[in-house]
Design a protein around this ligand. Structure first.
Ligand code: G6P
Ligand code: MG
Length: 230
């Protein structure tokens, strides 16, 4: 009883919700998005810099295309741009065909169940229209209480919409939500929505986050709860 009492007291005082970005947080698909954009840039014979690669992180498909095309964007009609985005998506879908649970990033399979065991609802908040098939390939779609993808909102990150939809689906006030993100646009989106932001991956990219960890394996529920005690 003492043991379960400790867990129960965290449960009742926790009172927050957790929202996870997918690509680069739960699974290493960020490298496949990057590779697909690089191939498109190569085909178009335009440069694709490290800064551009980082700026596509977390950003929806058409906004990412604008980043990739850069100063060349004006050379293409809207119809051509739609076709280019479709081409990139075709390459991306080929690249993710072989995804298995082994592609999950460290901690995804332990932190989410640990939070859920404490009564903390967990959602996916991803800009990707491929998020559901990716989660299914990983075999973890059922682990989340809500899955919000690129089909569920209008304004992409850095707008907070994706996370606000996720918060409402898990029934938690935005100010009581924490977002796990590997992208600068995602940290901005979380803060724009009045949420806490845990930066995952590269500290240079997620500058401004409320808590940093290399991977989800380096985060504990107690650290997360502490964010709400500030
Ligand atoms: C995520 C990725 C981005 C990607 C976006 C849209 O946010 O981090 O790199 O551009 O999803 O993905 P989609 O699969 O819909 O093209
Ligand atoms: Mg991401």
């Amino acid at each position: 009883m003492v043991k379960s009492g400790i867990i129960y007291s965290m449960d009742t005082r926790a009172g927050f919700g957790a929202i996870f970005d997918l690509d680069g947080v739960i699974v290493s698909t960020d490298k496949y998005h990057r590779e697909a954009w690089r191939r498109l840039a190569d085909e178009l014979r335009i440069p694709f810099t490290e800064a551009q690669a980082q700026a596509t992180r977390g950003v929806d498909r058409m906004a990412s295309l604008a980043v990739v095309l850069g100063e060349h964007a004006g050379k293409f009609t809207d119809e051509q741009k739609a076709a280019l985005a479709e081409r990139k998506n075709g390459v991306y879908k080929e690249l993710i065909k072989g995804i298995t649970p082994a592609d999950a990033l460290p901690g995804a399979d332990t932190l989410v169940p640990a939070l859920k065991a404490l009564g903390i609802p967990c959602a996916i908040g991803s800009a990707s229209k491929n998020a559901k098939p990716v989660l299914e390939s990983l075999g973890i779609a059922g682990m989340f209480d809500a899955i919000v993808t690129g089909y569920d909102f209008t304004h992409g990150k850095p707008a907070p919409d994706v996370f606000l939809v996720a918060a409402s689906r898990i029934g938690v006030e935005a100010s009581r939500c924490v977002v796990f993100e590997d992208a600068a646009a995602g940290i901005q989106a979380a803060h724009a929505g009045g949420m806490k932001a845990v930066g995952i991956g590269n500290p240079e990219i997620v500058r401004g986050c409320d808590l940093f960890a290399r991977t989800l394996a380096d985060v504990t529920p107690v650290q997360i709860r502490a964010l709400f005690a500030l």
